[in-house]
Design a protein around this ligand. Structure first.
Ligand SMILES: Cc1cc2nc3c(=O)[nH]c(=O)nc-3n(C[C@H](O)[C@H](O)[C@H](O)COP(=O)(O)OP(=O)(O)OC[C@H]3O[C@@H](n4cnc5c(N)ncnc54)[C@H](O)[C@@H]3O)c2cc1C
Ligand code: SF4
Length: 332
């Protein structure tokens, strides 16, 4: 581990003054919240910031539900949000995505802000023994494209990076049209969650729209009829303590036995949380007949590019959508 200075600011304005930045491997200063991802990256020399700025105690940790929807303070933990009775009842897809993530110990420590900013699980990014990783060392190449890419993305990729976004929570948030409240020394801005993460393009080392000195202060989810009848399905190599190969977040508004409106997002397959609007359009007005659902799910594959080791995800994602819609549709 490279030496660094740990700053413990007394309040948010002191923390913002350090102008640290998340999600960039060339940032000289980074924030740290629960530390469950950051400590690993430091230990493995993937990140070598000169300065770490602790966000402990300086950000909101509230979980509030009102007529406008849900507001999650950036410091609320995964465990607190997953088990919150209002989230369980009114936003089940969020609770389920969190309970399907990591382990109880990690969930007790990890925060909302840190969760959506966690770095990819691409094995070449995490192992500095491999020189070629554009995300870790810009311009060095991409070992995953011609290498082991079972974990990597089939959507939103570029010739420079095919890393999948790892957060389960982020998939649920993009399905529910969440927004990110970003705070800096000069004020606040709100960014739709769907626009928060960037596609890799030719700068895969820049993962979000955050500028130096900006932090996530909160995540908001609007009230909407689809939220209550929602479900998160995660498919992985083992039943717990494992990242998604493919996941589906589905939220439905149902009128009798017909789907009035559907939201569908996929995890494990995109370089960012991946919404599939053509599937949503095909589901609108449909019944829950398996054959109809299968045809609607087939729209998900448009634009998918398998690289050998991850090509199986293209079939698997369609099956995941069908099963998740059936489960959400069966809910009262
Ligand atoms: C063994 C293990 C298994 C896991 N399995 C899963 C899984 O199945 N599914 C899943 O989704 N996740 C999984 N995770 C990842 C876990 O969810 C993240 O490590 C955790 O959510 C990160 O939160 P944190 O508060 O600890 O962030 P930290 O590690 O403190 O920070 C992560 C990043 O976020 C930045 N940051 C944190 N908060 C803010 C903020 N408010 N504003 C700006 N920048 C900020 C930091 O600078 C850093 O870049 C797993 C982790 C471990 C260790
Ligand atoms: S996919 Fe991205 S993170 Fe993985 S090796 Fe290639 S550049 Fe690095």
């Amino acid at each position: 581990m490279h030496p660094f200075t740990l700053e413990r600011p007394r309040d948010l304005s002191a923390a913002l003054a350090f102008r640290a930045q998340a999600g960039r491997n060339d940032a000289a200063a980074e924030y740290i919240a629960g530390g469950t991802d950051m400590i690993q990256l430091l230990q493995e020399d993937v990140r070598k910031p000169e300065r770490l700025v602790s966000l402990a105690g300086v950000l909101d940790d509230g979980i509030d539900i009102g007529p406008q929807g849900l507001r999650l303070g950036a410091s609320a933990t995964m465990a607190e949000v997953a088990a919150h009775p209002g989230v369980v009842e009114q936003f089940p897809v969020i609770s389920e995505a969190l309970f399907a993530s990591a382990s109880p110990q990690v969930r007790n420590q990890a925060t909302m802000g840190g969760n959506v900013l966690q770095r990819t699980r691409c094995p070449y990014f995490r192992d500095v023994g491999y020189a070629a990783c554009n995300k870790r060392s810009p311009g060095s190449g991409c070992a995953a494209i011609g290498g082991e890419n079972r974990w990597n993305a089939v959507f939103g990729t570029s010739d420079n990076c095919i890393a999948a976004h790892a957060s389960d929570l982020a998939v649920a948030l993009v399905a529910l049209d969440a927004s990110v409240e970003i705070r800096s020394a000069t004020g606040q801005r709100i960014v739709p969650f769907a626009d928060f993460h960037r596609l890799p393009g030719d700068t895969p080392h820049i993962e979000t729209v955050l500028e130096p000195g900006e932090v996530i202060a909160a995540i908001t989810v609007p009230a909407h009829p689809v939220a209550r009848r929602s479900h998160y399905l995660k498919l992985r190599d083992r039943a717990s303590f494992e990242f998604a190969l493919v996941s589906a977040a589905v939220a439905l508004d149902i009128d009798g036995d017909r789907i009035r409106e559907a939201r569908v997002a996929l995890g494990g397959v995109g370089t960012k949380p991946w919404r599939v609007p053509k599937v949503e359009a095909a589901l609108a007005g449909a019944g829950l007949d398996p054959e109809v659902l299968r045809k609607a799910a087939a729209h998900a594959v448009e634009g998918a590019q398998g690289r050998g080791g991850n090509t199986f995800k293209i079939e698997l994602m369609q099956r995941a959508i069908v099963r998740a819609v059936e489960t959400a549709g069966g809910r009262a």
